[in-house]
Design a protein. Structure first.
Length: 427
């Protein structure tokens, strides 16, 4: 028995074993040829890092026999489905491609391609895939002089990643706007806070960049899509007179600075939380959105808190409220009876002080007049004036005048009538 051991096979080869005895040699037919085939497997790339949603391919090439099937498995030994083997008979090689059309975070793993030959022999090659996920990014809409906050969360299961925010600068290098945040645990968040944003900042764009360095080839950076800062500013707010009498008109207006009309999703008016459906006009011109609410005949019931509200496609709504006081003072009726009683009835949002006048003089004569002040119940009050038979004969002008302690109401209101006393002195 003769044994030939071939170490470190590097190529296919054929070896011939011949036997000789003394001066005699074996015939050619007695010679035995032994073929040795080299089987080899390689993967390209051996390492890859990519972000969630991207595509990634690994190509496994096997040489030695173009009929051998290539198989794939993950780190836990589970079979992984790959694309069909591609044959190349000219080179005696086969290839198999492991494709990820849309990477997910749980695709982060090592993958092995292998071939089996002989009774129990196999050869294999592995590739490492690291997947980065960036979440939490969204554009922000903010009212001027308030803070705007952007969050960028990242996950890198394979190791350490760093994150940083940048401001996009046209025709220049982008500007770093936050310190670098490093995560050793495979996940982290970097936050960008812009304090007291100004309307002039509207349209600024920021992006979050994740750097990952787990390979000798150097760090790989991933940049999330830029997000936009939208700033709006309420320029003019509703102004009202001190109060409105029933039957008078009201006109309220809000003006908003907003870079593009497309940022707005709706403009609405409310009274005490209930949406108003009529009397509203809205217009947009050169960065200014104006909305007006008008009512030409205000009823007493229409007093309350009015609110204009702007809603946007991005960011929170902006609103402004104002209280409209509507006063209803019931007119005094002319009286021809004696004695008689007059009632001064008021409804409104502000508590009044009620005084009675005879002509231009405050009534103080309690021999003729008896006043019952009444009490304020939060929305109404009635004061009564009883007039005795001691009233002088003829026509007397009586006025009920209301004044207000509220600093926002400076204009008094009044109602007047005539009390006519007729007397027959003789027959």
């Amino acid at each position: 028995t003769a044994t030939l051991t071939v170490h470190s096979v590097t190529a296919d080869n054929t070896y011939t074993c011949t036997v000789t005895s003394g001066q005699y040699s074996a015939s050619e037919s007695d010679a035995t040829d032994v073929s040795i085939k080299m089987f080899d497997v390689s993967v390209s790339p051996e390492y890859a890092v990519n972000d969630v949603g991207s595509a990634q391919d690994f190509v496994c090439t096997a040489t030695g026999d173009s009929s051998i099937d290539i198989m794939w498995k993950s780190s836990d030994g589970s079979d992984v489905t790959a694309s069909a083997n591609q044959e190349d008979y000219d080179s005696g090689a086969r290839t198999s491609t492991l494709s990820f059309a849309t990477l997910a975070l749980d695709d982060d793993d090592s993958y092995t391609c292998y071939i089996n030959f002989g009774d129990s022999e196999s050869t294999e090659a592995s590739a490492e895939l690291d997947v980065i996920e960036i979440t939490g990014l969204s554009s922000q809409g903010q009212e001027a002089d308030e803070d705007a906050t952007f969050d960028c969360s990242f996950t890198a299961l394979g190791g350490t990643a760093t994150a940083q925010w940048f401001l996009v600068v046209a025709d220049e290098d982008d500007t770093e706007v936050t310190d670098t945040v490093t995560s050793d645990s495979g996940a982290g968040t970097t936050q960008l806070v812009l304090s007291a944003v100004a309307y002039s900042q509207t349209g600024e764009q920021y992006y979050c960049q994740i750097s990952y360095d787990e390979n000798s080839d150097g760090a790989v950076s991933f940049t999330a899509d830029a997000v936009t800062l939208y700033v709006r500013e309420l320029d003019a707010t509703p102004t009202t007179p001190d109060y409105i009498h029933t039957g008078e008109s009201i006109s309220l207006e809000c003006t908003l600075s907003v870079a593009a009309e497309s940022e707005l999703s709706s403009t609405k008016w409310y009274i005490d939380g209930e949406e108003l459906e009529t009397g509203i006009t809205t217009s947009y011109d050169s960065g200014t959105q104006t909305t007006t609410y008008e009512d030409s005949d205000v009823a007493n019931s229409e007093g309350g808190v009015y609110k204009c509200e702007y809603s946007f496609t991005v960011g929170d709504a902006i609103s402004f409220e104002t209280t409209v006081g509507v006063h209803l003072l019931t007119a005094l009726e002319t009286s021809y009876t004696n004695p008689t009683e007059l009632s001064c009835a008021f409804e409104g949002t502000n508590e009044p002080t009620i005084a009675w006048y005879e002509g231009v003089n405050l009534i103080t004569d309690d021999t003729v007049y008896t006043e019952t002040p009444g009490s304020w119940d939060g929305s109404a009050i009635t004061s009564s004036l009883a007039i005795s038979s001691e009233l002088a004969t003829g026509e007397t002008a009586i006025t009920c005048k209301l004044t207000f302690a509220d600093a926002d109401v400076t204009d008094p209101i009044e109602t007047a009538t005539n009390v006519i006393k007729r007397e027959i002195s003789s027959v």
